[in-house]
Design a protein around this ligand. Structure first.
Ligand SMILES: [Zn+2]
Length: 359
């Protein structure tokens, strides 16, 4: 009875804390080992990447399979963007997208020709009825290519929730990519909240390596609201590509302060990329710093945060700020940043910067 009570009392918590995605409904869209050129959520020039880019052995024409049965819901042919793309709705409530294709299978090609003749246009964006074109599990729906805005042969693959087209990380669906490598953080930066409400320039903080999974910094003396940003990447076992980091969480004395996690986002949010990275730093230096805090106006759903990710250093106390960066397989690194209150009423940013560069 007691056990039952415990089980029932944690169910609502489980539902709220984790959306469960089906991990065995989808098979692989290609018949080669999957190696990624790019992963979900990584920062592109003006958007978050909404799927995974799968390498196709530097060639075009590999068979592309529907990952489960369903019906083709949309066919889009575009000179730019996704090039030739197919959208498949599946009975489990999710949609898969296959883009930059060289060509479709013969029945889809015939269907497409009819639409192109009717519309008198090569470019089409056509929504199908659920009975128009059915596909079987593992049916060849097309052949991989390099069409649209693609800088080399690959398959762009997406998973979306059908009802609202929210982009979901395809790796949540049990698609297997061998990965035992930890994310890499190249550099760490401190930001200070200014009296004006704006955020300071980034100040680089040097990292000392303790072991493969742990880094630390010298003690930083500071006061007021501070937070951090980092630049780094993640890669998987079979390729050296520098992909985005899946999850970054920050803690103050072991209490969670902020978490950025690339599980899902709405396409409308994608344009807010410039509030995730330090955009003015990027324009000047062509280097992306991922901010571990929110600016006032930011409401990106990939963040869950306390106090917008800032911590308030206002009195003398042992403060340990900790950053944990992980990939979807749980390989992680942590950075410990010891902080100490600096009792100077008029600490100038130049002073802080001097100290940090000396440290
Ligand atoms: Zn892509």
């Amino acid at each position: 009875m007691k056990i039952l009570f415990i089980i029932f009392s944690i169910i609502p918590w489980l539902i709220h804390s984790q959306i469960k995605y089906p991990t065995s409904d989808f098979s692989n869209p290609l018949e080669i080992p999957l190696i990624l050129n790019g992963n979900f959520g990584e920062s592109r020039s003006n958007h978050f990447h909404s799927g995974i880019d799968i390498k196709t052995q530097l060639k075009e024409g590999l068979k592309v399979f529907s990952v489960a049965k369903g019906n083709i819901s949309r066919i889009k042919i575009d000179h730019g963007g996704f090039g030739k793309a197919i959208y498949v709705n599946h009975p489990n409530g999710y949609t898969t997208v296959y883009a930059h294709l060289k060509k479709f299978n013969s029945s889809i090609e015939e269907f497409v020709k009819r639409i192109q003749y009717k519309k008198q246009s090569y470019e089409i964006d056509f929504y199908l009825n659920s009975s128009d074109l059915k596909v079987f599990d593992n049916e060849i729906i097309g052949f991989s290519g390099n069409t649209g805005s693609s800088s080399g042969p690959h398959l762009h693959f997406e998973t979306r929730k059908t009802i609202n087209q929210k982009a979901l990380n395809p790796l949540l669906f049990g698609i297997e990519i061998k990965d035992t490598k930890r994310p890499v953080v190249n550099s760490l930066y401190m930001y200070k909240k200014l009296k004006s409400g704006l955020t300071s320039q980034p100040y680089e903080v040097l990292l000392n390596k303790i072991n493969d999974s742990t880094f630390t910094t010298k003690k930083i003396k500071v006061n007021g609201l501070v937070s951090f940003g980092l630049s780094g990447f993640d890669s998987q076992d079979l390729a050296k590509n520098k992909n985005g980091i899946y999850e970054i969480s920050t803690f103050l004395n072991d209490t969670l302060i902020n978490s950025i996690k690339f599980d899902s986002f709405f396409f409308e949010e994608s344009i807010k990329i410039n509030s995730l990275i330090d955009y003015s730093f990027y324009i000047k230096n062509k280097k992306r710093i991922l901010k571990l805090f929110l600016e006032e106006e930011n409401d990106l759903s990939i963040y869950s945060t306390k106090n917008n990710g800032f911590i308030d250093v206002k009195q003398r106390a042992e403060l340990l700020f900790k950053i944990v960066a992980s990939d979807i397989k749980g390989n992680s690194i942590s950075i410990n940043v010891p902080l100490d209150f600096e009792n100077i009423a008029k600490t100038t940013l130049t002073n802080i910067q001097k100290k940090l560069t000396i440290a």
